[in-house]
Design a protein around this ligand. Structure first.
Ligand SMILES: Cc1cc2nc3c(=O)[nH]c(=O)nc-3n(C[C@H](O)[C@H](O)[C@H](O)COP(=O)(O)O)c2cc1C
Length: 219
């Protein structure tokens, strides 16, 4: 019979224990989730939808923080590659919100990225964040690896799937664990999102899945 080489204390009784410490993610707070809203409008439809996810997390004792990029200075990646020279978990462009976001993302066990759809994709603010955070992560041995990641998108009529693809490409290429069934909210005016029962239900479901995964990973 084929023998499986033992890894560090893989079993306790009948339970497979995946130790967060073994995989190097204990330096973050597994009971904290940071949600970043890439909308250019503070407290708009994307924010309403994103706020439905933490409701479920808080029921499970998981702290959440919402960061809104609206009105904040944010530059795109300049491809200077200094993050690969410095490897100090920061972007050299230090006069905008990106390093704050990277620090919060690296310190949390879960990351939710939310955006409205702009011309069938995420906002320029969100793209700037994922490009720069993505390179800083790669330059530092995967700052976000094995965290739990999720995506929320608010659209008026079309483009949610393409926008989700953009966010999922970031989450997956950063080696994060991503539960299925992402959140899509549909509505024309701000108040319409509250009436989108399916969008709200999918946001709450995402919250429950993130909580379940965080607890499983942190065991
Ligand atoms: C520049 C711009 C481009 C947009 N492009 C699209 C689009 O391609 N598809 C769509 O469904 N909605 C589009 N919208 C509408 C927004 O996605 C939608 O109103 C969203 O819910 C706004 O979220 P917010 O309230 O968080 O700003 C666009 C809005 C703006 C300002």
């Amino acid at each position: 019979m084929m023998k499986i080489a033992p890894v560090e204390k893989p079993y306790a009784g009948n339970t497979l224990q995946v130790s967060a410490r073994t995989y190097g993610i204990r330096s973050c707070n597994m009971t904290k989730v940071v949600a970043i809203n890439g909308s250019a409008r503070k407290d708009g439809k994307a924010a309403i939808l994103i706020r439905c996810v933490p409701e479920e997390l808080e029921n499970e004792g998981i702290e959440t923080e919402l960061v809104q990029l609206a009105g904040r200075k944010i530059w795109g990646c300049t491809a200077c590659m200094k993050c690969f020279e410095n490897r100090d978990r920061r972007c050299v462009l230090d006069d905008d919100i990106v390093n704050d976001c990277i620090e919060k993302m690296a310190g949390a066990g879960g990351i939710i990225l939310g955006s409205p759809v702009y011309f069938t994709d995420v906002t320029a603010e969100m793209k700037a964040l994922v490009d720069r955070a993505g390179f800083v992560s790669m330059a530092n041995d995967g700052l976000f690896k094995r965290k739990v990641g999720s995506a929320v998108v608010a659209q008026r009529w079309t483009g949610a799937i393409h926008s989700l693809d953009t966010l999922f490409h970031f989450l997956l290429s950063a080696d994060m664990i991503v539960p299925g069934r992402p959140t899509i909210g549909v509505g024309r005016d701000i108040g319409d999102v509250d009436k989108d029962d399916e969008g709200i239900a999918s946001a709450k479901n995402a919250g429950r899945s993130i909580a379940w995964l965080l607890k499983a990973v942190a065991r």
